[in-house]
Each structure stands twice: as structure tokens, then as C-alpha cells.
Design a protein around this ligand. Structure first.
Ligand SMILES: *Cc1c(COP(=O)(O)O)cnc(C)c1O
Length: 199
């Protein structure tokens, strides 16, 4: 489980750490800067970037995040690879797939995944470890199930092309993590259910 800490204060993140949580997710580079600074004494934490990353912030993101879950374009892959090479470390990434029709949602179109993964050799400093999706919001979370099922299908068809010990399928949030897990998520991202409503 990734604890999603956007808008959550550093002291509350520290409390979550003391409860045993080790994976934290943020949406914005800027917000992560101050928060991580005041938490840099915590050991064994993995910071995940969940929000869209502009290429001009890639360099900064590399200093802040251990995993970028929002890899959504060839251009971003190229830029992140270059920055990771400069740092001399491989950067774990998940490819964000746009499974919903909503225009404001980010992500690579599902039909582009094959070509995207075929070019992975061009980015030796990125470790593509799986997929991330954000399903559309429904009052009845069961209605998100077809989106999770499509993601699982894409994931299964490309399983052998991901790196890492265990390929990751990151899907499911506070509202819909139950159907997501039933459909095969092996990583969920939870904010509200842990920390309360965001203001
Ligand atoms: C905010 C956010 C979450 C967590 O959402 P909750 O509904 O608060 O659990 C998960 N994933 C992404 C990409 C987010 O932006």
C-alpha cells in the first residue's frame, strides 16, 4: 500500500511512518520538496510520484522520488532517462495508462503501450516495473471494475516485458480499492481512507 500524502502535513506523515507505513505518494514536485526535507531522518522510505510530471521538473523529481508512477509519454521517458543517467542510478517507473475516456485524465493510450515498451532499450536508466491506472470516479465503485479488468488484461499480456522482482499493477484508491484488488491490483494507493478528507 502506498499512503498518499498530498495535502497531508509532514507531522501526520511521520505518524503514519511510526504506524509502520513505508511507501508514500505525492502528486506534485513542489509539495514534496518541503515535506521530504522535514522527514529526511526517516529510514527505509520509498517516495512515489503519482501526479503528471512536466519535463522541466524531471531533474528536481529525480532528487525527490524513488519511483515515478506517472510515466506517460516518450518525451518524459527520454528526459527522465537522461537525468537518471546523470545521477548514475536506475529509476523505477510505472507506465501510467489512460483507461478512462475523461479528457482531464493523464496517461498513455492503451493502444500505444506495445510500441512504448518496444522502445524500453532506449532508456537503460529507467526500470519499467509495471502499470499504473486511475479509474474514473463512480458513486458505486463496482462500476470501476471494467476499467480495472482492462488494465489487468494489458498487464498480463505484457508481464514478461517488465523488470523488477515482481511486476507491479498499481490501481485502486480509497473509493475503489476493493474491486481493484479483486481484479488483480498488487499495489493500491490510499489517501482519504487513511488521513481523512483533503481540504
Ligand atoms: C490522490 C490520489 C490517490 C489517493 O486518492 P484517495 O481517494 O484519497 O485514496 C491515489 N492515486 C492518485 C494518482 C492520486 O492522485
Amino acid at each position: 500500500m502506498v499512503a498518499v500524502t498530498k495535502t497531508v502535513s509532514a507531522s501526520l506523515v511521520r505518524e503514519a511512518y511510526e504506524c509502520g507505513l513505508r511507501h508514500f505518494g505525492e502528486n506534485r514536485v513542489q509539495e514534496a520538496v518541503a515535506k521530504e526535507k522535514s522527514l529526511d531522518d526517516l529510514r527505509g522510505v520509498t517516495w512515489h510520484l503519482l501526479g503528471h510530471l512536466q519535463t522541466n521538473k524531471a531533474k528536481k523529481a529525480l532528487g525527490l522520488f524513488d519511483c515515478v508512477q506517472s510515466l506517460d509519454s516518450l518525451r518524459l521517458a527520454r528526459v527522465l532517462n537522461g537525468e537518471a543517467e546523470r545521477c548514475g542510478n536506475r529509476l523505477p517507473c510505472l507506465v501510467e495508462i489512460k483507461v478512462s475516456e475523461e479528457p482531464e485524465k493523464q496517461g498513455l493510450p492503451p493502444e500505444s503501450l506495445d510500441e512504448f515498451l518496444a522502445r524500453a532499450d532506449e532508456w537503460p536508466f529507467l526500470s519499467l516495473e509495471g502499470l499504473m491506472i486511475v479509474a474514473p470516479y463512480f458513486d458505486d465503485p463496482r462500476r470501476a471494475r471494467p476499467y480495472f479488468r482492462r488494465a489487468r488484461d494489458l498487464f498480463d499480456r505484457n508481464r514478461g516485458r517488465f523488470r523488477g522482482e515482481r511486476p507491479l499493477l498499481s490501481m485502486g484508491m480509497s473509493q475503489d480499492f476493493e474491486p481493484a484488488v479483486e481484479e488483480g491490483a498488487n499495489m493500491i494507493r490510499i489517501g482519504t481512507a487513511l488521513f481523512g478528507e483533503r481540504v
